[in-house]
Design a protein around this ligand. Structure first.
Ligand SMILES: *Cc1c(COP(=O)(O)O)cnc(C)c1O
Length: 383
């Protein structure tokens, strides 16, 4: 095993989180408490949205949203092909069918020009993913959605802090859903958040995330409640919430470091005609830099696994975002078939890219060291 000196991702936790978790544990109130509310309120303020609903993961949040909208078997939802499998699973879990759309090569974001062709009578919603923190032009997507009366879900799992014309991602579509999995921008262990400006929908999401019962814990007397609805247990515990509350306070610093590290890569990775870097193509789109993804081209493209391995052998934690276009994953391929030529750009990103770390666990000096390693290895294949 290689010793990884520069991990791809690492949660930044310190005494603030340790002390607050202990305080929650000693309070004996582990769910239904005030801290998840406090976390929701600070998240609302941060994103400037009207409602924030804490959930147990981003996947749970997306599934809950579709379920609450009544999306079901026989319906279809437009989903990007280049994303985490979760974006599609959240649709599939309702019985509806995810209908995949290829991405554009510059950013990895959904190719908006290809959405309309996939819309039919069964289509109920469009999901977009702000790929690696690069904002999608959700206004353009909304225009299409309006024409066909469709719901817009923004999968913001990689994009907290990303802004479009100074509006936080997740606030332009109907809902935005975030992830606090350990290697995302900040963590709660596992966890997620839904934001929306729709009060009525928020009420339904809160109801169905907790079994659909008609009384929240504090309203119950002698354990009495009833239910008109089918629902889940997708709540966030107070233990998770307090970690998120503390982490959110640090987000500004985290994002500043991510931006600095990303710029350091741009300044230090040797420019070559055989590589390209996925990045925002418009100054109004402020990326929150989940990682930096290098696309290998021409003769370098077929050497991806070799180059990735060699970089890894030098102690740099690498990853691939994402390792397959989702419709090519076995589950979806078997279920719906796979037409390769429909997903040309998603294939290039999955098969020819290497993702390098930009997280706040890395100092500028360390990023420069990574760049030297990467330049040397790529250079040795690109003579
Ligand atoms: C990580 C991720 C998810 C899943 O988030 P969980 O909180 O682990 O459910 C969904 N979508 C995207 C784009 C992701 O990167």
């Amino acid at each position: 095993m290689t010793k990884i000196k520069f991990p791809f991702g690492k949660p930044i936790l310190n005494n603030k989180e340790y002390v607050s978790v202990t305080r929650v544990l000693k309070s004996n109130i582990l769910v239904h408490g005030s801290i998840s509310k406090k976390f929701e309120n600070s998240f609302k303020k941060y994103t400037n949205s009207k409602e924030a609903i804490s959930v147990s993961s981003c996947t749970a949040g997306m599934h809950l949203t579709y379920f609450s909208l009544g999306i079901k078997k026989g319906d279809e939802v437009i989903v990007p092909a280049q994303t985490h499998i979760s974006t599609a699973h959240a649709v599939e879990l309702t019985g509806a069918r995810p209908v995949f759309v290829d991405c554009i090569s510059e950013t990895g974001n959904i190719d908006i020009s290809k959405i309309e062709k996939k819309i039919n009578k069964k289509t109920k919603a469009i999901a977009v993913v702000h790929f690696l923190g690069i904002p999608v032009d959700v206004y353009k997507v909304k225009k299409i959605a309006k024409k066909y009366n469709l719901f817009v879900l923004e999968d913001c799992a990689l994009a907290i802090g990303a802004k479009y014309n100074n509006k936080h991602v997740g606030t332009i579509g109907d809902v935005g859903v975030f992830s606090f999995y350990p290697v995302k921008h900040f963590t709660t262990g596992e966890g997620g958040m839904i934001i929306t400006n729709k009060k009525k929908l928020a009420k339904k999401l809160r109801l169905l995330k907790a079994f659909g019962v008609n009384k929240i814990f504090s309203e119950r007397k002698r354990g009495i409640y009833n239910s008109d609805h089918l629902g889940f247990n997708y709540r966030m515990s107070e233990i998770h919430a307090v970690i998120g509350f503390e982490q959110l306070k640090k987000l500004k610093i985290f994002l500043k470091k991510r931006n600095l590290n990303f710029q350091t890569y741009l300044n230090n990775i040797t420019k070559r005609k055989n590589i390209e870097i996925l990045k925002s193509t418009n100054d109004n789109l402020k990326s929150s830099h989940y990682c930096i993804s290098i696309i290998l081209k021409n003769k370098l493209a077929t050497l991806r696994d070799k180059i990735n391995q060699q970089i890894n052998n030098m102690g740099v934690g690498t990853s691939i975002y994402y390792p397959q276009p989702v419709p090519r994953m076995n589950y979806y391929k078997k279920r719906y078939g796979y037409i390769k030529k429909e997903y040309i750009n998603a294939e290039i990103i999955s098969d020819n890219s290497i993702a390098l770390p930009v997280g706040p666990h890395l100092k500028k000096k360390e990023v420069i060291s990574i760049c030297k390693i990467v330049n040397k290895i790529i250079g040795s294949f690109d003579e």
